[in-house]
Design a protein around this ligand. Structure first.
Ligand code: F0G
Length: 331
């Protein structure tokens, strides 16, 4: 039987046998070779397919831990600020646990699929007329004053869960890659990978990619009004600072090119934020690495609107007649 990541990695996680575990069988995601991307980058590139997690993003790794820990502490409700994926994941795990969930999202700035997920799982969805950074500041304050467990990646259990992705990469490759490329928003995930690799006694170089309009770690200062098409990483004030990271920024144009390249050439439909890491690799290269792992943090289907606006294809209308069909198909 397949097991969730708390069962699989219990000796590395702060849970005891007998603790109630809330799991949707997250983790154990595929590591896929990317031949065309490898050719363009000039190194062996593998994709860590985190969109294969139950709610379609890497957030489920942290959420199984955060919600299980919240239950253990007797919480009856969880809350998070989110650009969408954390909200979807928190809502799903809270539903599974039978507790309430509130998600605070920047109004009008989250992908529709993620919003649909949060609503379907029965979360209380609050659309804040402000950005993610404001939402996070406010939920932190709220969670300090009321009996609601905060499940953002400022929560240690989130990082504990997310570090297991590094264990899986080392298991699958037999060793750590030379470089790990990952999109960065709040910098929780890159911090978690670094921890995971460190606990395995390895130290790959960490390449963190931010979108040009939302690149506080590259610029070295906060960005008050972050803007990018990659809405998942529209964050101007990351909650986690990171060591051991090289951060670069990529333009929305290059991110959209990488987004299409991955879908058209590699058959991998990821969300725009994930393709920020691919865009960065294509622009800055492998940095002398032989083996690179690029983390595909979320599934493309979550953000159909961006896909429909940037696919570059056409839809051919057709009358229900054979001649018209032949014309439409063969041109
Ligand atoms: N990729 C995707 C698809 C994300 O949803 C996020 C973050 C990141 C990358 C960046 O990860 O914040 O740990 O550096 N999404 C958060 C959310 C902010 O609310 O879903 P990070």
């Amino acid at each position: 039987m397949r097991e969730g990541l708390i069962e699989r990695y219990r000796e590395h996680l702060p849970f005891e046998p007998g603790d109630r575990v809330v799991s949707l069988l997250e983790g154990s995601t595929p590591l896929l070779e990317a031949p065309l991307l490898s050719e363009r980058v000039g190194a062996e590139v593998y994709l860590k397919l985190e969109g294969a997690n139950p709610t379609g993003s890497f957030k489920d790794r942290g959420m199984t831990c955060a919600v299980s820990a919240a239950l253990r502490e007797g919480a009856e409700a969880v809350i998070c600020a989110s650009t969408g994926n954390t909200a979807a994941s928190a809502a799903a795990y809270a539903a599974r646990a039978g507790i309430r969930c509130a998600v605070i999202v920047p109004d009008g700035k989250i992908a529709m699929g993620k919003l649909a997920q949060a609503l379907m799982h029965g979360a209380q969805v609050v659309a804040l007329q402000g950005n993610f950074d404001m939402a996070l500041t406010m939920v932190r304050e709220l969670a300090d004053s009321y009996p609601i467990a905060l499940v953002n990646s400022v929560h240690e259990f989130r990082l504990a869960g997310q570090k297991t992705a590094a264990f899986e990469v080392v298991d699958d490759l037999g060793d750590a890659p030379d470089v790990l490329a990952v999109p960065v928003g709040n910098a929780g995930n890159i911090t978690a990978y670094w921890r995971g690799f460190s606990e395995m006694g390895t130290a790959p170089r960490m390449f963190g990619f931010q979108a040009e309009g939302a690149a506080p770690l590259v610029l070295g200062h906060e960005v008050e009004h972050p803007e990018t098409l990659a809405s998942a990483i529209r964050i101007g004030r990351p909650a986690r600072g990171v060591e051991a990271m090289q951060a670069v920024q990529e333009s929305d144009g290059a991110i959209m090119d990488a987004y299409r390249f991955m879908a058209v050439r590699e058959g991998m439909f990821c969300e725009p934020a994930s393709s920020a890491a691919v865009a960065g690799l294509l622009k800055y290269g492998h940095g002398g690495a032989q083996r690179v792992v690029c983390v595909m943090t979320g599934r493309g289907l979550k953000d159909q609107q961006t896909a429909m606006e940037h696919h570059g294809g056409t839809i051919i209308p057709c009358e229900p007649e054979m001649a018209a069909l032949v014309q439409a198909v063969l041109g």
